[in-house]
Design a protein around this ligand. Structure first.
Ligand SMILES: Cc1cc2nc3c(=O)[nH]c(=O)nc-3n(C[C@H](O)[C@H](O)[C@H](O)COP(=O)(O)OP(=O)(O)OC[C@H]3O[C@@H](n4cnc5c(N)ncnc54)[C@H](O)[C@@H]3O)c2cc1C
Length: 425
């Protein structure tokens, strides 16, 4: 039988009627999951001229605080109109109630609403030639001649340039699993992987007006971050303004912890007890990259499915898009050569670029988030202007600052002093 795995591909610009193979719609690449990772991977593959499908089940807004750094806005050309707020400072709140303000000197953190943001990304991928499929991935099966068959839960609408079709099976040379935390694609294609550590995060979206705390303009450009054991025993709580709405949430790895009560307390402490509740929702956040992202044949993972969320901060949108861009590059090499080795290179490249920051943040979380005594000291360290500058620089621009060695040494010494209790909090 002729192998389809390395079959030549038509350019996206010459997409004719929907191609089929053994009765199933056929694509070079099928991306499962239309969040930031999936939409980015689909965009890159479609731009490279490959017949690409993007499958999204729809019907649910991804629970998310929506904070994105300038590096993401710039690298992924996010239009300013998608930013619901531009944040110019963070307020860290210690267990004692002590407040440390961390102003951002140059720039701002953007806040996006995920319903609008994700749809913008999916639409951009479709405009570049990706075919959108509204449906739920169910199973991955071996296809014909080395391809993969993707089985959907029910006949699903394929919006191809030649009109709508319905299909329950799709065949592809390559599958990208971008279906989020607890990925079904990862479970089926890479079944022997150990589950990665994760927190469960829960937030409530409330109307920004109606709060009894401060005038709205005082909060519109400021994030509040609560490092208090009563709000989270091992993560943090947040109040993120999004213009007309505000996300108030917290997370923990502890099973059975009362996240709803913690958010109720957080709302009361921030003056949002009586604000109108718009949505209540939660989801897991994986906090460690999976050991393998590819199955050695033709399936590869990106975003939360690959576990790429920064420890300590839970920042996942940038890393989802960045990992997807790298996975798309590796996929293009795979589609051009048929060599499965190309897919393996994606994780290695991501870890070279971001592994160090993940390691530092992992250490930070395991050292400072363990008790209120340590949290108090962690917030005290954040008073230091050099700490503030380094923190913002690594978050905003995704690079570890080359600050003066003297500043690094002083910060390290301060950390040790606080950790051992030599320095007062
Ligand atoms: C409460 C909370 C707050 C957060 N706050 C922030 C924050 O402020 N900033 C930040 O950077 N990160 C934040 N994160 C993390 C961030 O949301 C994720 O890391 C990011 O969304 C990962 O993107 P993704 O595309 O990999 O996965 P997702 O965004 O989860 O997208 C996966 C997509 O796949 C679809 N899908 C799943 N299964 C199937 C299936 N079987 N068939 C078809 N489609 C399917 C889903 O509908 C979804 O659209 C937060 C997470 C949570 C839970």
């Amino acid at each position: 039988m002729k192998s389809l795995a390395n079959a030549p591909t038509a350019s996206a610009t010459t997409l004719g009627p929907l191609p089929t193979s053994f009765g199933a719609a056929f694509f070079d690449a099928v991306v499962i999951g239309g969040g930031p990772a999936g939409a980015t991977a689909a965009l890159e593959l479609a731009k490279a001229g490959y017949r690409t499908a993007l499958i999204e089940r729809g019907g649910r807004i991804k629970p998310c605080g929506g904070a994105i750094p300038p590096r993401l806005i710039q690298d992924f050309a996010i239009p300013r109109h998608l930013l619901k707020a531009e944040i110019s400072s963070a307020r860290m709140i210690a267990p004692s109630g002590r407040i440390v303000d961390m102003p951002i000197d140059n720039g701002f953190v953007g806040m996006v609403d995920r319903d609008e943001f994700d749809e913008f990304l999916r639409d951009r991928a479709a405009k570049a030639g990706a075919v959108r499929i509204t449906g739920q991935f169910e199973a991955l099966e071996d296809g014909h001649g080395g391809t993969r068959t993707i089985r959907l839960k029910a006949p699903s609408e394929i919006n191809s340039p030649t009109g709508s079709h319905f299909a329950e099976r799709i065949e592809a040379r390559l599958v990208i699993g971008a279906d989020g935390a607890r990925s079904a694609v990862a479970r089926q294609a890479l079944p022997r992987q150990k589950p990665v550590p994760s927190v469960f995060a829960y937030h409530e979206i409330v109307a920004s007006e109606g709060s009894s705390a401060e005038p709205a303009q005082g909060r519109a450009a400021r994030c509040d971050v609560f490092y208090q054991g009563a709000i989270s025993p091992d993560f943090y709580g947040w109040v993120f303004p999004h213009g007309e709405t505000t996300s108030i949430g917290t997370g923990t790895a502890k099973k059975g912890y009362g996240l709803r009560k913690a958010v109720t307390d957080l709302r009361a402490a921030s003056g949002y007890a009586d604000a109108q509740t718009i949505r209540r929702e939660g989801a897991p956040i994986p906090l460690k990259p999976l050991k393998r992202w590819d199955d050695g044949r033709n399936v590869v993972l990106a975003g939360d499915a690959a576990g790429v969320v920064a420890p300590a901060s839970g920042e996942g949108i940038y890393y989802a898009m960045e990992s997807a861009r790298i996975v798309a590059e590796a996929s293009i090499a795979f589609l051009a050569t048929g060599k499965a080795e190309a897919l393996k290179s994606a994780r290695a490249k991501f870890m070279v670029d971001h592994g160090r920051i993940f390691m530092i943040l992992g250490m930070l979380q395991s050292v400072w988030y363990r008790s209120d005594w340590l949290r108090e000291r962690f917030v005290a360290i954040c008073r230091d202007r050099d700490v503030q500058r380094l923190t913002w620089e690594s978050y905003m621009h995704k690079r570890l600052s080359r600050a003066s060695p003297a500043a690094h040494a002083r910060i390290l010494w301060q950390n040790i002093g606080h950790y051992l209790g030599w320095r007062p909090a």
